[in-house]
Write a protein that binds this ligand. Structure first.
Ligand SMILES: CC(C)(COP(=O)(O)OP(=O)(O)OC[C@H]1O[C@@H](n2cnc3c(N)ncnc32)[C@H](O)[C@@H]1OP(=O)(O)O)[C@@H](O)C(=O)NCCC(=O)NCCS
Length: 171
């Protein structure tokens, strides 16, 4: 259905065009430091600034980018942080998000050292949380004051998928 390939600078314009508001930007990128209005230059500079981030786009059968996801091995070397999960608004609700995260998990756990994949999701982002729960992620903790957006605190939920749970989900 989709394939992951490495993010290329030419993808930045497509991916940036999927973000249509400050709220959408923060929902996607958290406290990454992007500013609104968002543009392709910010995304290219972000990806170029740290090669330890493995940035991918998901492409559909015709090669068109439909999603974006990032993997970063955490300092312990035993876990991977999954982040910046985004599907083009034009194609949401067709299973691309689930397929993309599933492919990213396959890549993360391909390294035998990796015992766990972690992620953060704003607690009101019910659709994203349902997606992660379908793939076996469970809540680890909640930070009630993760990010202040237009004067209101957004809570953030840390979710985690241990290797064993990923295996049993996959079988
Ligand atoms: C969260 C996000 C990545 C999900 O992507 P998506 O491609 O819509 O995800 P899926 O299609 O796999 O699942 C979405 C829903 O469509 C349903 N679905 C999947 N395939 C379907 C199909 N063929 N027909 C009908 N419904 C379908 C899923 O069951 C799911 O239903 P639910 O919301 O009731 O749980 C996307 O909404 C997004 O980019 N949001 C903005 C950024 C964001 O919130 N990122 C997460 C940050 S942590």
């Amino acid at each position: 259905m989709i394939e992951l390939r490495a993010f290329a600078p030419a993808d930045a314009v497509s991916v940036a065009s999927w973000i249509d508001s400050l709220e959408a930007l923060i929902t996607w990128s958290g406290n990454t430091g992007f500013t609104w209005p968002f543009d392709a230059r910010q995304l290219s500079a972000f990806h170029a600034s740290d090669p330890s981030r493995r940035c991918h786009v998901a492409v559909g059968p015709d090669g068109t980018p439909v999603g974006h996801v990032l993997l970063r091995t955490e300092p312990s070397g035993r876990s991977v942080r999954l982040g910046m999960v985004l599907v083009s608004p034009a194609v949401r609700g067709r299973g691309y998000g689930e397929a993309m995260v599933e492919a990213a998990l396959g890549e993360a756990f391909a390294s035998p050292a990796i015992q766990r994949v972690n992620l953060g999701v704003y607690s009101h982002n019910a659709g994203a949380m349902r997606l992660y729960e379908r793939l076996g992620f469970r809540t680890e903790s909640v930070d009630p004051k993760a990010t202040c957006v237009a004067g209101a605190w957004w809570a953030s939920t840390t979710m985690s998928l241990p290797r064993d749970a990923w295996r049993s989900h996959a079988t």
